[in-house]
Design a binder for this molecule. Structure first.
Ligand SMILES: Cc1cc2nc3c(=O)[nH]c(=O)nc-3n(C[C@H](O)[C@H](O)[C@H](O)COP(=O)(O)OP(=O)(O)OC[C@H]3O[C@@H](n4cnc5c(N)ncnc54)[C@H](O)[C@@H]3O)c2cc1C
Length: 310
């Protein structure tokens, strides 16, 4: 038995289900009864959520899933109102609740339409960024002996359709242990950032989004098989035999927009407090703006560069 990609001692924690574990840890603190056993970082991966306990009448915190908010406005002038009215749609019906405070933590471009009493310049600042499209694929393989034979856990393929593919980092968290034996099944991850080199970034992202909505699954699958067999075919990989299943997730609006010196030189020349994200995240009355667009960064920002509160 061989162990490749032993990365668990590199100081990072890898959750096999991605950021879902982060959301589940937050939920476990907000609604403890929904996560019996008070799971921590090492227990969250295998913890089973009690969905039926997330939204109970009278509970101090209620999490209502599947509720799309479409109208948020103060019950009166934003600066003086004591309540915010929130309208949402769930199970085909419209509902209304009143809140003392609201945190809008979705994509700020959407917030600019949903939060009805925003000043126009703040709404415009919320629409400045263009989300970055991404496509992720997973290939379930019957074994990963070809990776072991090639002595690699990651292959970059910059000239092919997919940016590259890799085995997930080996992780041991509580009761969860990722596959260690190359003779046993595994999952290969692939990623592509669809874009259009030569255009300004925002137009590249829009072009990438158009590509994502047009490209067929057959093309994505063929390119996946091509990349893997070109790299690992000499080490015994046979896509027809070895790939058991493929899933593709198209993230039309994936990462938060980040300023670049190429396209946002004017914005970067302003003090941080005057850039679009800072203008966008200004609280409005009893509504606070959160989420990665408020940073603006899709990944954790080092404390030294974190923007100050408005
Ligand atoms: C494919 C992919 C891989 C990534 N990998 C990593 C990674 O490895 N590490 C990392 O640090 N970051 C990663 N990121 C980035 C990270 O996931 C995001 O930056 C982060 O989740 C953004 O958090 P957020 O709270 O701003 O928005 P979200 O996590 O998108 O949360 C917004 C929430 O608001 C809800 N919502 C939106 N509109 C409404 C509405 N009208 N009514 C009700 N609810 C609404 C959405 O359903 C969603 O739950 C990845 C992102 C993607 C797309």
């Amino acid at each position: 038995m061989m162990a490749l990609a032993e990365t668990e001692d590199d100081g990072f924690i890898y959750f096999p289900d991605g950021n879902a574990s982060v959301a589940r840890l937050l939920l476990a603190r907000l609604v403890p009864e929904a996560f019996p056993g008070d799971p921590d970082v090492s227990g969250i991966v295998t913890a089973r959520a009690r969905y039926d306990l997330l939204d109970r009448p009278g509970a101090p915190v209620a999490v209502r899933l599947g509720a799309t908010v479409f109208d948020v406005r103060h019950a009166g002038p934003a600066g003086r109102s004591r309540e915010v009215e929130v309208r949402y749609r769930r199970d085909g019906a419209d509902h209304r609740v009143r809140a003392g405070h609201v945190i809008m933590a979705c994509w700020t471009s959407v917030t600019s339409y949903v939060l009805r009493d925003l000043p126009p310049e703040q709404a415009a600042a919320m629409r400045y960024g263009v989300k970055v499209p991404l496509v992720y694929a997973r290939a379930a393989v019957r074994d990963w002996t070809a990776f072991a034979a090639a002595r690699v856990s990651r292959v970059d393929t910059p000239t092919l359709y997919w940016n590259g593919f890799h085995l997930p980092p080996a992780t041991r968290l509580g009761d969860y242990t990722s596959p260690r034996d190359p003779e046993l099944p595994g999952v290969v991850q692939l990623m592509k950032t669809p874009n259009h080199p030569g255009l300004p970034m925002k137009e590249q992202y829009q072009a990438g989004r158009e590509h994502l909505s047009a490209v067929s699954f057959a093309t994505l699958e063929r390119e996946l098989r091509t990349a893997m067999v070109r790299a690992l075919g000499p080490y015994g990989f046979d896509p027809g035999r070895d790939i058991a299943a493929i899933t593709v997730n198209r993230w039309a609006h994936g990462y938060t927009y980040e300023y670049t010196s190429l396209d946002d030189a004017e914005v970067l020349g302003r003090p941080e407090a005057e850039r679009p994200a800072a203008l966008a995240r200004r609280p409005l009355g009893r509504v606070t703006i959160a989420g990665s667009d408020a940073a603006p960064s899709p990944t954790p920002t080092p404390p030294s560069t974190r923007p100050t509160a408005p």
